[in-house]
Ligand binder design. Structure first.
Ligand code: PEP
Length: 257
């Protein structure tokens, strides 16, 4: 299966000049790179989605949002819908990121409603799951992750489930510069695939991409992706530095199996 690298630019690129400089530098680094068979997704803040779509002319680079609401339109002040992102040319959207769970108290049930709305509007959901440090210390990581998956995928047909991208992002590894060992990541992948196989059968389970996210850098890309048997990575801070992001992409691209 073709691997994928996703950049979550979070709440950055505050000015038009900063945004344009980022895009220029990204394009330059991509052109110089040796990336051939890799899907690349950039998720800028919603206010930049339209511009990123217009300025991105590269076939294997897609643009995504960082969050959506679960309704298409209406009296939901401050919210952005999947339909809006789709109509601007976005193809993906991040759902259930740990920062949304932490600062906005988003639940698995909220994520499920958002995933369903994203799918209805033709966006690929990138569903983030992962345990906190306390969950892991208590030995509860499998239970927490299983719950996030079962509740997040509730009432989603197998045809639709196959297109969802899942990002395993241990909360303690996001933004921390601490990363899990390859076998710890692989154990979560096995858990996820087992849940998907039980719910939807082996063929669908094989199609659901499972990524790793949390403090990925060029130096750790092989360890957290290839060695852990993952289908790609979700990159936060390093995606703001185009040459570092493309370096990670090259490592993922070169180590496909
Ligand atoms: C993220 O925001 O999804 C993320 C993985 O962040 P970082 O790479 O900065 O840990």
């Amino acid at each position: 299966m073709q691997k994928i690298i996703i950049g979550n630019l979070k709440m950055n690129l505050l000015t038009i000049a900063e945004r344009d400089q980022y895009l220029e530098s990204f394009k330059k680094e991509l052109k110089k790179s040796k990336i051939s068979d890799l899907d690349v997704v950039l998720c800028p803040p919603a206010v930049h989605v339209e511009n990123f779509v217009k300025k991105n002319k590269t076939k294997n680079v897609a643009i995504g949002g960082q969050n959506i609401f679960w309704e298409d339109r209406g009296s939901y002040t401050g919210e952005i819908s999947a339909a809006m992102l789709k109509n601007l040319g976005a193809q993906y959207v991040i759902v259930g990121h740990s920062e949304r769970r932490k600062y906005f108290s988003e639940t698995n049930v909220d994520a499920n409603a958002k995933i369903k709305n994203a799918l209805k509007n033709g966006l690929v959901p990138i569903y983030c799951v992962g345990e906190t440090k306390e969950d892991r210390e208590a030995g509860n990581e499998s239970q927490v992750i299983a719950e996030q998956i079962v509740e997040g995928f509730a009432d989603i047909s197998s045809a639709k489930a196959a297109s969802i991208v899942v990002a395993y992002e241990p909360v303690w590894a996001v933004g921390s510069d601490v990363i899990p060992k390859s076998d710890e990541i692989m154990q979560v992948k096995i858990l996820l695939k087992r849940i998907f196989a039980d719910a939807y059968g082996i063929t669908v389970a094989e199609k659901i991409k499972v990524l790793y996210g949390g403090s990925v850098k060029a130096a750790s890309a092989k360890q957290v992706c290839t060695d852990a048997g993952m289908d790609g990575v979700l990159v936060g801070r390093e995606s703001l530095i185009p040459n570092e992001f493309i370096k990670i992409a090259e490592i993922i691209n070169a180590n496909q199996f």
